[in-house]
Every structure is written in C-alpha cells, then in structure tokens.
Design a protein around this ligand. Structure first.
Ligand code: HSE
Length: 306
C-alpha cells in the first residue's frame, strides 16, 4: 500500500476580463487530501472532514475525476481517498476544482506519473463539471500548473502558463453567502455587444502583456470586466463599496473571484495588500454579513505533496 498527502490550492478564476480562460493560484488556502492505493478495485472515499459532501465516488467531485482517470489507466487495483475540506464549497475560490485536482494529481504520482499536466486537467474537468454543470478549466489549470494560466482551448485542451510578477499578492474577501456556479452562469446574457467584446479582448491582451513585462501599471489598467461583472456583481452584497475601498487603499484592481461571492484584489507588494486587508475588514465588519479575509502571494508551484 502506498499513500500520499497533498495540499490542493484555492484558485481565482476569470481574473476580471478573462471569463472562463484566465486564472491564478493562491498560496495559503487549500484542501488536504490523502490518497492511497488499495487492492480493492475502484475509488473509495473513506473520510470527509470539514463540509458535508457525498461519499459515493460518482456523486463526489474528487471521485468523478478519479474515476475518469481510473477508467483510462486500466489498472488492477483501486484507490482510497480522504478529504480534509478547508475551502468552503460555493465560495468562488475553486473549492470544487481543488477536490477534482487533488485526487488525480496524487493518483498520478502513485502510479509513477503516466500523465502530463494537461491530461490531469482533462480528468479534473470531469469532476468540475459535476459541480458547475459545465466543463471549464480556469480554476483547474492554475491549481495544477501554478501561477497564472490561460486556457487557450478546452477541446482539444490547450493550457498556456503565463509568467507571474515577483511581488504580486491577492487579497480575498469571502462574504459567507453561497453562490452556485451553475446559477451565476445562468444569469449571464447569451450575446455580447461588439463594443463590449472589443473592450474585453483588449483588456485580456493587455493583461497577458502586463504579466509578461512585469508591468504593474498596465496590469492595473487591464483588470476590468465589462461582460460578466455587471450581471454577477448584483449577487454580491456591497461589491461596489469593496472595490472602491480596495482601489483607494492601493489595490491594482478588483474583481469577482470565479462566480463569487468572493472578491479578489491584486496588489503590488505585501504591504499594500495588508493595507487593503485592514480597509476591507473595517468596511465589511460594518455590514451584517459574516466574512473571511485572506492575503496570499501568488502560488507559482500549484498543488503540493506534503
Ligand atoms: N469561469 C467560471 C465561472 C469559474 O465564472 O463561471 C467558476 O467555476
């Protein structure tokens, strides 16, 4: 019997203008999972702590991605999975992706790494689809590859790893309400006016250029979403006040993390990030809504064995 304990990181998808294609990986928020080989065939989830999630593999995000890999791998044994869930489901920081990635990453290690990172992303997307009813990889890719990633295409899957500026920090404000990804997708318009599309792809292009050139000023000017945020921000209490306060306290840009309700602020340096944390804590403490706040360097490694 062989086993591994891993930390599967939280991630921020979309990054304002990059709906369904851009994402980055967080450093100090993640689920722990233990995966071990077992003579009994199949995938067996034996322990779940933290949140109430299904034990049946085919109803559990980590189980579904693991089953997808198992079916492909054609091996004569199975795996047990223990999940120590730290990322709240429905928080907007890639809770389901962390589960989906954790099982397949660890299984791949235990099998001697037969699959590359893109293939792992493909298996994990099957688990993610169970949660959001749509196959997208903008949370999964940064959890597996680390840093910033761009999903060039889903079919066939093509992931680009983007550079991460050295001194970039993220502040995550998580209002303790739940927004289901499937519902946050259902409210989006099916068509986009050409003028908004032009603004959006100009921002995506300049954001990617800013990452490549370490240009914090251009990064700041690119973190704008005119397509999705106007609809989803209505679901997040005090979103505009949070954005205004974070920008006033030095954030480079502010946006909805994934499908919300978490709000991310990107900051140049830890000191600026801590100033934003103080300001947002004060602002949100004045609302009646419980919240968590995290400050994290961008994690360039992605998922880790511990
Ligand atoms: N890109 C996805 C969305 C991320 O915003 O719906 C959430 O899973």
């Amino acid at each position: 019997m062989k086993e591994l304990r891993i930390v599967s990181p939280a991630t921020v998808a979309n990054v304002s203008c990059g709906f369904d294609v851009l994402g980055f990986c967080l450093d100090n928020i993640g689920d722990e999972m233990v995966i071990r080989t077992t003579d009994k065939k199949g995938i067996h989830i034996t322990k779940i702590e933290g949140y109430d999630l299904p034990f049946e593999a085919e109803k559990n995000v980590a189980g579904v991605s693991a089953l997808a890999m198992l079916e492909d791998a054609q091996i004569d044994h199975g795996f047990e999975i223990e999940i120590y869930k730290k990322i709240k489901p429905g928080s907007g920081i890639g809770s389901s992706s962390a589960s989906a990635v954790g099982s397949v990453f660890a299984m791949n290690e235990l099998l001697g790494r037969p699959y590359n990172k893109t293939e792992l992303t493909n298996f994990a997307m099957k688990g993610e689809a169970l949660a959001s009813q749509c196959e997208h990889a903008d949370n999964i890719a940064p959890a597996i590859f680390g840093g910033f990633t761009l999903v060039k295409s889903v079919a066939p899957l093509d992931i680009l790893q983007l550079p991460t500026p050295e001194n970039l920090y993220a502040v995550i404000l998580h209002p303790q309400i739940e927004i289901k990804t499937a519902e946050a997708r259902a409210i989006l318009p099916k068509t986009v006016p050409l003028k908004d599309a032009i603004t959006q792809w100009s921002n995506v292009g300049s954001l990617v250029h800013a990452l490549h050139t370490n240009d914090y000023n251009l990064l700041s000017k690119s973190l704008t979403d005119v397509v999705v945020e106007p609809y989803r921000s209505r679901l997040i209490p005090h979103f505009n006040a949070v954005r205004q306060s974070a920008l006033e306290h030095g954030a480079l840009g502010v946006g909805i993390s994934g499908s919300g309700p978490s709000i991310f602020s990107l900051c140049h340096g830890n000191e600026k990030a801590e100033q934003v944390v103080v300001a947002l804590k004060k602002l949100y403490a004045e609302t009646a809504i419980p919240f968590e706040i995290y400050c994290s360097k961008i994690n360039t490694q992605g998922i880790k064995i511990i």
